[in-house]
Design a protein around this ligand. Structure first.
Ligand SMILES: CC(C)(COP(=O)(O)OP(=O)(O)OC[C@H]1O[C@@H](n2cnc3c(N)ncnc32)[C@H](O)[C@@H]1OP(=O)(O)O)[C@@H](O)C(=O)NCCC(=O)NCCS
Length: 187
């Protein structure tokens, strides 16, 4: 799949397609109950992680409404995989996308998620030609919505008790940014 010029390189990071041998670094992340608290799945067991990884590796087209594209985020200095960023292609005609990010607890609080997501969103606008990118998170997931605000996304929705999430009422924020807003902030 040639959508982005990969790898995407930043000062400290490399973003590239996920590979089978990423099981080792990704399994501890996606089986961690703290990491998964606000993700739409329970901590993965080994079989679940292998299945999820297979989908990431096999993806060969980014289809509107289809599976997301995941990129592994590697630390340049050591080559370690420290997290992932992802893109759901929501709508082709209106050029809409949704981003997400998941980082190892060992590498949170260091600005890596911001650095990776900023570079990824830049490519989503400039190479994949999206018009609008949104992101959603639980209101209780402060690191996530703070990251959206650092990315200059606007809080567009504040849904209270609109659905049940893992057995409790959900309080969800939706953030978004348009391509011209992005260019104004980050060019
Ligand atoms: C959401 C998530 C990716 C945010 O990660 P993060 O590491 O907090 O985000 P950032 O990259 O923006 O890092 C921010 C922190 O790094 C600090 N930092 C340290 N060095 C830095 C540097 N060189 N540059 C920028 N920030 C730096 C910042 O001061 C900030 O700390 P603060 O929060 O105490 O102010 C992470 O919490 C996560 O993976 N959570 C689990 C999965 C999840 O919930 N995903 C989102 C679902 S909606």
């Amino acid at each position: 799949m040639k959508i982005f010029d990969l790898p995407i390189e930043t000062e400290r990071l490399i973003l590239r397609r996920v590979r089978h041998d990423d099981f080792e670094p990704l399994f501890p992340i996606h089986s961690d109950s703290d990491v998964c608290r606000y993700l739409p799945y329970e901590p993965r067991d080994e079989a679940g992680m292998r299945e999820a990884l297979e989908k990431r590796v096999a993806l060969d087209r980014l289809e509107p409404g289809g599976d997301p594209l995941f990129l592994a985020v590697e630390l340049k200095e050591t080559g370690e995989v420290i997290g992932e960023v992802l893109l759901f292609y929501l709508n082709e005609e209106a050029r809409q996308g949704e981003v997400g990010y998941v980082f190892s607890p060992d590498f949170q609080g260091k600005g890596y998620a911001m650095e990776a997501t900023r570079a990824f969103m830049d490519a989503c606008f400039k190479e994949f030609n999206l018009h609008r990118i949104c992101a959603r998170c639980s209101a209780a997931n402060t690191p996530s919505w703070r990251l959206m605000e650092k990315l200059k996304m606007r809080r567009e929705a504040d849904f209270r008790e609109h659905e049940l999430f893992k057995g409790e009422w959900d309080h969800m924020y939706i953030y978004a940014i348009l391509e011209d807003e992005w260019r104004a902030h980050f060019n």
